[in-house]
Each structure stands twice: as C-alpha cells, then as structure tokens.
Design a protein around this ligand. Structure first.
Ligand code: ADP
Ligand SMILES: Cc1cn([C@H]2C[C@H](O)[C@@H](COP(=O)(O)O)O2)c(=O)[nH]c1=O
Length: 216
C-alpha cells in the first residue's frame, strides 16, 4: 500500500537532509521520483540542507497542481514511483489534498517534510492538512536544543536576538546569523516567556558587579 508520510520537527532538525537522503536511497535502487519544494532559503527550485547537500527540485507555487503534474508525466510515458515534498508547511491545503489523491488513486508513495508551526506556535495550513490526512506523522529523532539545554520544540523569530510576535507568517530565513530576521528554536517554556539566548544572556547573566572585598 502506498503511503502519505509527514516527517516533521522544528527548524534545523534535519528534515531537508532526510528528504535528500530518502531521494538518494530510492533513486539508487532504480525508482524514479519527483522532488518538490517551496521557498527554500537557497531560492527557487532547490532543496538545501545545512549539512551541505542540495538538489534541484520543482517549485510548488500556490497555483501549481501536483495531481495534474503527475498525471501529465504518467500519460506522456514518464515513470514516477515516489514523490518527495520539502518545505511542505508552505503548501496549501489543496496541495495536500492533491498529494493524498496521488497516494490513493495512483498508488505512489509521498514523503512530505516540513515544520508544524509558525513563530506564533500556530499550525501552518499545509502542515495542519498533512496531520489530518497523513497515514503516518513521524518526528525526526534528533533536533536542536534550546539555549537552556532542553529539547528545542518551538520556532521563535528574532530581530537582533529579541523574539518578535508580530509580522507576516511567511518570512524565509535561517537559524544562523546573517539575515535581519533570524529564527531560534526554543523549548516551550522559554518560547512562552520570549526568553531567547540573547535575552537570557542579558538578564540572567551571573556577571558580578566589580567590588573590592577588602573595602566591602
Ligand atoms: N557542522 C555540522 N556538523 C554536523 N551536523 C550539522 C552541522 N551543521 C548542521 N548540522 C546538522 O544538520 C541538521 C540540519 O539539517 P537541515 O536538513 O538543514 O534541517 P531542517 O531541514 O530540519 O531545517 C541538524 O541536525 C544539525 O544538527
Ligand atoms: C517558524 C517560521 C519559519 N518560517 C520559514 C523559515 C525557513 O525559511 C522555513 C523553515 O525551514 P527549515 O528548513 O525547517 O529550517 O520556514 C516562516 O516563514 N515562518 C515561520 O513562522
């Protein structure tokens, strides 16, 4: 039986790496896949992993129809055995319905990868639909740690190290320094308290006030 599988986890937990590995494993065993993405950090039509791997991919825009694309390939004699979808949080609910139809009516395996929730902790529509429709939802085994050492579970958006809670849902960006907007993965408790690494350093620092014990 073909399956719709949703591999999820916070930013920087290895989703794109796994997507690329999965495509590599399947394709080296003679299966032919199609690899899709949406708004990767590296630009249109790319899947990139922070471990340095990358591949070309078909860009999914809002008006792209995955069902029609796959039917078009099959009816022109192309072989399609499986489908990999990265950054699936950016897909629309309709895209996810199309993926489910591909699994059920064409018996193709679909492997989707994406974060569940945005910087305000709300589910992305594409991820919500995947949770509703997937045969399996798999959490990646390794993930980033919050600055406190706990498992990082929630994606914070930061400006100059300070967590922001206003703004567009979609702002493509990274967890490393560079862009104006950054992301930082925190545990839930620190996400709730908006306690980023920068703020923790500034407010919880044990730096002693300079004093001379002799004259105290
Ligand atoms: N220098 C490094 N050495 C080893 N692992 C690294 C290094 N830099 C990043 N990683 C790992 O790469 C993974 C991030 O990969 P990526 O596929 O880009 O994540 P995601 O798609 O979930 O955002 C994480 O597991 C991270 O720990
Ligand atoms: C939380 C959050 C993230 N994004 C963007 C930032 C990145 O471009 C991707 C996630 O990519 P990754 O491969 O999982 O690191 O999503 C966003 O647009 N809005 C958000 O709230």
């Amino acid at each position: 039986m073909a399956e719709l599988v949703f591999h999820t986890g916070p930013m920087d937990c290895g989703k794109s790496t796994l997507a690329l590995q999965l495509d590599h494993i399947q394709s080296t065993h003679g299966r032919r896949g199609r690899v899709f993405t949406s708004q990767d950090r590296a630009g249109e039509g790319k899947i990139t992993s922070r471990l340095g791997l990358s591949t070309d991919a078909i860009e999914v825009t809002d008006d792209f129809d995955l069902w029609r694309y796959v039917i078009g390939e099959l009816t022109t004699g192309q072989r399609v055995d499986y489908i990999v979808c990265d950054e699936a949080q950016f897909y629309t609910s309709e895209h996810i319905d199309q993926l489910a139809r591909i699994v059920d009516e064409l018996q193709l395996d679909v492997y989707a990868f994406g974060i569940l929730s945005d910087f305000r902790t709300h589910l992305f529509p594409g991820s919500q639909r995947l949770v509703e429709l997937a045969d399996r939802v798999e959490s990646l085994p390794l993930g980033p740690l919050c600055w406190c050492g706990a498992r990082g579970t929630h994606n914070a958006r930061t400006l100059d190290g300070i967590m922001v809670t206003e703004g567009s849902r979609v702002v493509v960006g990274d967890t490393v320094t560079g862009g104006e907007v950054r992301y930082e993965v925190l545990c839930r408790a620190h996400h709730r308290r908006r306690m980023t690494a920068t703020r923790a350093k500034a407010t919880l620092s044990p730096d002693p006030l300079p004093f001379d014990p002799e004259n105290f």
